[in-house]
Design a protein around this ligand. Structure first.
Ligand code: GLC
Length: 704
């Protein structure tokens, strides 16, 4: 493996990297030039592609814009933004040469990728303290894999977390949750989890339960679990200032909160009003805060989502005073255009101000560090606190945890969702383009708010979005409290029926999705890949993705589209799937095609000499019965598949533990099939459909 490390200044150990790489001499640095103030530059050619930077706006190819890694509570994910919630400082350049660059830095990093000058990539680290890793390899896939070796294995979610999750800010009490569950049951729609948003807490205090609205919580959790449904509560970063509240009292007593310049706990305001921020960079604080999850775990909870952990700041006493004073000053005045906009802007920029991030401090290993310099490690370490606690509480159990803010390193501890998108077609498009870049950066268990968080969703958008989300490891429909309801049964009967079928499709695909996900995590591969990762000589197609090793998808993400163009880099089997039970396959030649895709259809493409594995749906993951699987193989010469499965609950996973390995080889007018299965294989029967390049189907049953 070829990784080179170069050190600039002295940087705090972010613990993003798990390999011990010796520092190289900067004079031997390949590809990049070191300029004024350690700016790193590279001359871009017209056709260069830049992959990576994980959670960000714009396309798979990041070239042509300027990105800033500074985790931001940014709910506008429009093209003009430079950062959203995460700091994923890894990119791969593909041009006349290919290489990867990882900037290991806890503070702001600017990636000017041909924005200031069209032919120049320029990476700047304002603090000037960082480690740079150059990652080499023979292919894009190999570079991505080498990078993942450097930063360690990705978090593995429990299998139930591959089921559908329903969420909404505004499920106010038990009754609301029961109504949701009833809605799913009545309409026969599979479901595995319901997320609890801040409404379940007492006055928005972490690790509390509103006893009036969510009384007898333990039995509530138990009862739902007996129906195969898990509740997934939210935890926020800010701890409410309230005497008598144990988390607040203990935090103050032990000095566990970040402090201001007078060494007093720093005060900011979020959902509960004024809060303190736990100093997650400090390991004692992590151990203390992590332990708190036990309160909910003891009540039967097995999954969480960590939010507002950039950390988001609505206002501070100072920023509030500034705007209020300004408003008073303006009272009764005849404001001219400049003073009006100044006043207006002061309100609009009251939240998440750099000035506030510069006014509090962490205490790490006896050192005092100003927050802005280590800002990107905050959400990472909040989620690490939870994961480290889970490890102590139940060492062999997998918990579900996904975070809003993240940085590379956190990928070992949890998954992410991509924050407050909108019920816009452009948010769906962004979701599609973001997934491969998240995977490249190690965030495999990830997904977006399906249907959109803010704004009102339409039936067609929800259907199209589900057709994409049925492939994302985290498959969650989430929306904000003031929007139109978007549960799958909230629209017309025909929409309910279409969504039921798509969600059933997801469950039938779980054998493939889970097998491919687990292999990606264990072998440091990507689950979602850009097309060029397999077809390196082709142009990058931004709106088609590879899912696992066997599939290509081409989602429809435009309103009122009855179809779309696709490019096939090689011959593939096309399945215009409405329901997974109804199968009709067509071999399409390499090249450009226009395919008709009715609203209810999900276009699936099986790659040449690859195999798709399908099961049957059930009402939840716990009830899936995958003793009998269907294999759909597109065979020109020889197709192989290694099927991975396990209990989905414990950490006893092993990348050699394939349930079965199958190889199907074309021999004149016949096929030679080799099947190897482990003793006690979960699968007992395989129904094979083999499709040849003429589109001829051959069926066979195999018993294990
Ligand atoms: C944040 C989260 C969102 C959540 C809301 C209320 O905006 O990103 O998912 O619903 O807070 O907790």
């Amino acid at each position: 493996m070829d990784i080179k490390k170069f050190c600039f200044g002295s940087v705090m150990n972010t613990e993003a990297v798990v390999l011990d790489i010796k520092e190289s001499n900067k004079n031997d640095m390949p590809y990049l030039k070191i300029g004024f103030q350690n700016e790193l530059t590279y001359e871009l050619k017209k056709k260069d592609i830049i992959y990576g930077l994980g959670e960000n706006v714009r396309g798979i190819n990041k070239k042509g814009w300027i990105y800033e890694s500074f985790c931001s509570d940014e709910f506008e994910h429009t093209e003009d933004r430079k950062s959203i919630y995460a700091a994923h400082n890894f990119l791969i350049l593909q041009g006349s040469e290919i290489f990867g660059v990882f900037i290991d830095c806890p503070g702001k990093v600017i990636f000017d990728l041909g924005y200031t000058k069209g032919d120049l990539m320029c990476i700047k680290v304002p603090e000037n303290n960082f480690d740079l890793y150059i990652i080499q390899g023979n292919s894009l896939k190999e570079i991505a894999k080498n990078f993942r070796e450097l930063v360690g294995k990705s978090y593995i979610a429990p299998k139930w977390a591959f089921g559908y999750q329903q969420s909404r800010w505004g499920y106010k009490n038990k009754e609301d949750i029961l109504n949701v569950v009833e809605g799913f049951k009545k309409n026969d729609i599979p479901i595995d989890g319901v997320c609890l948003d801040i409404d379940y807490m007492e006055r928005f205090k972490d690790f509390t339960i509103d006893k009036e609205k969510f009384g007898d919580f333990e039995n509530f959790v138990k009862n739902l679990k007996s129906q195969g449904i898990r509740l997934i509560p939210i935890i926020d970063a800010g701890v409410k200032i309230e005497k008598g509240y144990d988390v607040y009292d203990e935090g103050v007593e032990n000095g566990y909160f970040c402090v201001d310049k007078n060494n007093k706990p720093f005060v900011a305001a979020v959902w509960p009003g004024k809060v303190h921020f736990p100093d997650f960079l400090n390991e004692d604080v992590r151990a203390w805060f992590g332990e708190k999850y036990k309160y909910l775990i003891d009540k039967g909870i097995e999954g969480f989502w960590n939010d507002m952990n950039e950390p988001a700041i609505f206002y501070t006493e100072k920023s509030l005073k500034q705007v209020v004073d300004k408003a008073y000053e303006s009272k009764d005045k005849n404001l001219d255009v400049h003073s009006f906009f100044e006043l207006n802007d002061s309100f609009l920029s009251i939240s998440n101000r750099m000035e506030d991030y510069k006014s509090f401090y962490h205490r790490v290993h006896g050192k005092i560090i100003r927050h802005d310099k280590v800002h990107n490690l905050y959400g990472y370490n909040m989620t690490r606190a939870a994961a480290e606690a889970f490890e102590k509480i139940a060492p062999n159990k997998r918990f579900l945890i996904f975070s809003r803010s993240s940085a590379i390193g956190m990928h070992r501890y949890g998954g992410i969702w991509t924050g407050d998108n909108k019920a816009w077609w452009s948010s769906l498009e962004l979701n599609i383009k973001m997934m491969p870049n998240l995977n490249i950066c190690g965030f495999i268990y990830s997904g977006a708010d399906t249907g959109g968080f803010a704004c009102d969703c339409t039936e067609d958008l929800l259907i199209r979005w589900n057709e994409f989300s049925m492939f994302t490891p985290l498959y969650r429909n989430h929306s904000a409290n003031d929007t139109r309801n978007q549960e799958p049964y909230s629209f017309s009967p025909s929409t309910t029926s279409a969504l039921r079928t798509i969600i059933e499709n997801r469950y039938a695909y779980i054998p493939y999705i889970y097998s491919e996900y687990m292999k990606a995590c264990m072998e440091n591969e990507c689950y979602f890949k850009p097309m060029t990762f397999e077809y390196e000589d082709d142009n990058l197609i931004e709106d088609q993705l590879l899912v696992g090793d066997s599939l290509m998808i081409a989602p429809v993400y435009k309103q009122n589209a009855f179809g779309r163009y696709v490019y096939l880099p090689e011959e593939m089997v096309f399945w215009n799937m409405v329901s997974y039970q109804n199968r009709s396959f067509q071999v399409l030649p390499k090249g450009h095609h226009y395919i008709e895709v009715e609203l209810e259809a999900t276009p699936i493409f099986i790659r040449k000499d690859k195999i798709l594995v399908l099961g049957k749906h059930s009402s939840c993951v716990d009830y899936l019965d995958n003793k009998e699987l269907d294999l759909i193989a597109f065979v020109d010469e020889r197709a192989c598949y290694n099927y991975y499965d396990d209990d989905g609950i414990t950490k006893e996973y092993n990348n050699q533990d394939f349930q079965f390995k199958i190889s199907i080889e074309k021999k004149d007018n016949d096929y030679e099939i080799d099947l190897y299965a482990i003793e006690n294989c979960i699968v007992k029967k395989l129904n094979l459909t083999i499709i040849d390049t003429q589109g001829k189907e051959f069926k066979k049953e195999l018993f294990i």
